[in-house]
Each structure stands twice: as structure tokens, then as C-alpha cells.
Design a protein around this ligand. Structure first.
Ligand code: FE2
Ligand code: FE2
Length: 376
């Protein structure tokens, strides 16, 4: 095809077709002709045309029927009817049914017909442009959907990586803290494993009390580090087998505040420091507690939990001067001092645990894994 634009005329009168071709000779368009509806459809099946003009009265297939067929098969083509005055009624009906864009009457005015054809092509261009824009919009939407999917995928992947990194950091951190606690316990053969067990008991009590994972973890860390201040106490005092003098006891009593001072400057242990400082306070605020003789809720909750865990661990372990106490004694001690030394809710939580799990969990040598413990 020579030109970009193509028009197809259908008329059973060869003279009409000839004069139409002559009329459009100068215009930049391919002019195709057909003398029947069947032939017209055949041409359109092979050659794309933007504008289609048909006569109404033809043997075999009428113009209106042909327009319907074209509309169905090639809806994008701009359709027009060229008709004699006598067929106007039919043509108007065709217009009303949306079959055609314009009606041209025979005999036509050359200039008017050319103008009409030009407008028809413009209409076709417009239709084409709208179609193209719709297509572009659809493609853009697909692209955006794709981008969104990719983005979601990336965010998911990144979150997974972060969670993994976070897990690694926590593990390293717990290991560091554990090493610190072990260094303390190592000062005295008899207290080996004390800190770890206090951490475990304390976190179990916290879980029994229904606290969040974060809180349970903090209680565990605080429990693990509760005696870290003993690093600053003379070894001879810590492992002294006999009874301590009053002066010696006063020195031992400094370990909670020394511990807090050690932890305070460490960023990720700062919130653990007060829990360590107050782990020997008595719930009733009596002078037996130290270092600040805080009372009731003024004592950090982790400290109150640790005090129960610490006492239970100490009572159930062998000491140079005595053997481990039977569990009955532990229970009666807890009951006896509940409300004075111990926060009753913490003591009760421990007793509930003991009731349910039996004393075996106290004796167990299993190392604490915060993740297994919390998630399991
Ligand atoms: Fe202590
Ligand atoms: Fe302790």
C-alpha cells in the first residue's frame, strides 16, 4: 500500500466507484473499491482500512446489513453510508442504530464529500490514539503492579535478613553476658552455675506470671548478672567457708551496687542495672534489705523475681557449711517470708511452677536458650 490511510467504497454501480476514485486521486490515501458486500468483507479481511463507505441498495447484501457485519468484525473502522434520497429512511435508521458515523447523499457535492472523508480519517486517528493511550495505561498499570510485587518481595527479604541479624546479635550478646556471669561464679567453686540457674528460674517465674517475651528476656539477663558485682569483692571473702563477721558481711552487701555501676555505662545493659542493684531489697522495706531499703512496688519487678529465684537456687545447692536443703524446706521458707522478704505474687508464681512441673526442673543442668525457651 502506497499510503498510510486507506478508504474502501462499496457500490454496485461501476460509474460511481470510478468517479469516487477520480475525486480522491489527489489525496494521500489508498482508495479501494468493491461492488458487493461479500467482496468488501473479503478485502477488509486482508487489508486494514480506516474508513468504509457503502451504498445502501445493492443485490445480495444491503448496505445496512454490510455495515452491521463490518461493525462486528472491524469495530475500529469509521463507517459511512452513501445513499440516494429514496433510501434516506433506511439510512436514518442505520444512524440511529449506531452503525454509521455520517450519511452522504447522492448526488454528492465534491468538496463536502472530501471534507467529510477527511473528518472521518481524523476520527479514525482519534480512535487509534485513544486505543494506544489505553494500551499504554494498561501496560503502565502492569508495570506498577510488577514493581509493587518486586518491592514487596524486597521488603520481605530485607525483613528476613534483619530478623536474622537481630537474632545473631542477641545470641552474641547473651553469650557475652553469660561469660561475664561465669567469670563471677568461677570465683567460688561452690557457686559455679549459680548465675545461670538464677537466670533460668527467674525467667520461668516471669513467664509463669504471664509477661512478654521482652520482659522475660530482661529478667533472664538481670538474673544472669545479678551477682556480677562480686567481681569487686575479695575472693577470700566470697569463698570463706565459715560464718562472716559483721564487717565482712557489710563488704559482701556492696555487691549489688558495685554490679549496677559495672552495668550502667554499657548501653544495652543500662536497663538491667537497676534490677541488679535492688536484688537484695526486702518487699516490706525492712532493714534486712539493701542497698536502699526500697519497699513494695518501688523495687523493680525483675529484682523481686530474682530474689525468689536467688533464694531458691541458694537453698537447693550444697554450700561449704551445709548440704542442699530438701524442697519442702524451700517451700516453707518461701511461705514464711512471703510478704516480708518476698513479693507474694512472685513467690506464689514459683510455687505454682513447682506444683506443676515438680522439683526436677530446679535440678536440671540444661543450659538456658532464651529463644528455645521463649518460642518453645
Ligand atoms: Fe546477690
Ligand atoms: Fe546470688
Amino acid at each position: 500500500m502506497k499510503y498510510k490511510r486507506t478508504i474502501l467504497f462499496v457500490d454496485d454501480e461501476p460509474n460511481i466507484l470510478k468517479s469516487l476514485q477520480r475525486l480522491l486521486r489527489q489525496d494521500e490515501m489508498n482508495v479501494l473499491c468493491a461492488s458487493t458486500g461479500v467482496e468488501a468483507l473479503e478485502i477488509l479481511g486482508k487489508t486494514p482500512a480506516q474508513v468504509f463507505v457503502t451504498d445502501q441498495r445493492m443485490p445480495e447484501m444491503s448496505g445496512v446489513d454490510l455495515l452491521s457485519a463490518v461493525r462486528e468484525r472491524h469495530p475500529e473502522i469509521i463507517r459511512m453510508m452513501l445513499t440516494g434520497f429514496t433510501e434516506i429512511k433506511v439510512a436514518v435508521e442505520a444512524i440511529n442504530h449506531g452503525e454509521i458515523y455520517r450519511l452522504i447523499t447522492k448526488p454528492w457535492n465534491d468538496d463536502e464529500l472530501r471534507a467529510t472523508i477527511r473528518q472521518a480519517f481524523e476520527q479514525a486517528d482519534l480512535k487509534e490514539e485513544i486505543k494506544r493511550l489505553n494500551q499504554v495505561t494498561r501496560e503502565q498499570n502492569f508495570k506498577f503492579q510488577d514493581m509493587n510485587r518486586n518491592l514487596e518481595e524486597k521488603v520481605r527479604e530485607r525483613t528476613k535478613q534483619l530478623a536474622h541479624k537481630h537474632h545473631e546479635l542477641r545470641t552474641a550478646y547473651v553469650q557475652t553476658v553469660g561469660a561475664l556471669a561465669e567469670a563471677v561464679d568461677a570465683k567460688d567453686a561452690y557457686t559455679r552455675g549459680h548465675s545461670e540457674r538464677v537466670g533460668v528460674y527467674a525467667s520461668k517465674i516471669a513467664r509463669e506470671m504471664g509477661f512478654t517475651k521482652e520482659f522475660i528476656e530482661r529478667v533472664y539477663i538481670a538474673g544472669l548478672l545479678h551477682d556480677v558485682g562480686k567481681i569487686g569483692i575479695r575472693d577470700a571473702l566470697i569463698s570463706k567457708p565459715g560464718k562472716l563477721t559483721e564487717a565482712e558481711y557489710e563488704e559482701i552487701k556492696r555487691h549489688p551496687s558495685i554490679g549496677a555501676k559495672i552495668l550502667e555505662p554499657v548501653d544495652f545493659l543500662a536497663d538491667v542495672a537497676p534490677c541488679v542493684r535492688h536484688h537484695h531489697e526486702w518487699y516490706d522495706g525492712s532493714s534486712s534489705g539493701y542497698p536502699d531499703r526500697l519497699r513494695g512496688d518501688a523495687i523493680p519487678l525483675p529484682s523481686r523475681i530474682i530474689l525468689v529465684a536467688d533464694t531458691v537456687e541458694a537453698m537447693t545447692s550444697d554450700r561449704p557449711y551445709r548440704k542442699a536443703m530438701p524442697i519442702d524446706c524451700v517451700v516453707s521458707e518461701l511461705n514464711k517470708y512471703s510478704g516480708s522478704q518476698f513479693d507474694p505474687t512472685c513467690a506464689e508464681a514459683f510455687l505454682r511452677l513447682l506444683d506443676r512441673e515438680g522439683e526436677c526442673f530446679i535440678r536440671s543442668e540444661v543450659k538456658f536458650d532464651i529463644y528455645e525457651f521463649i518460642e518453645g
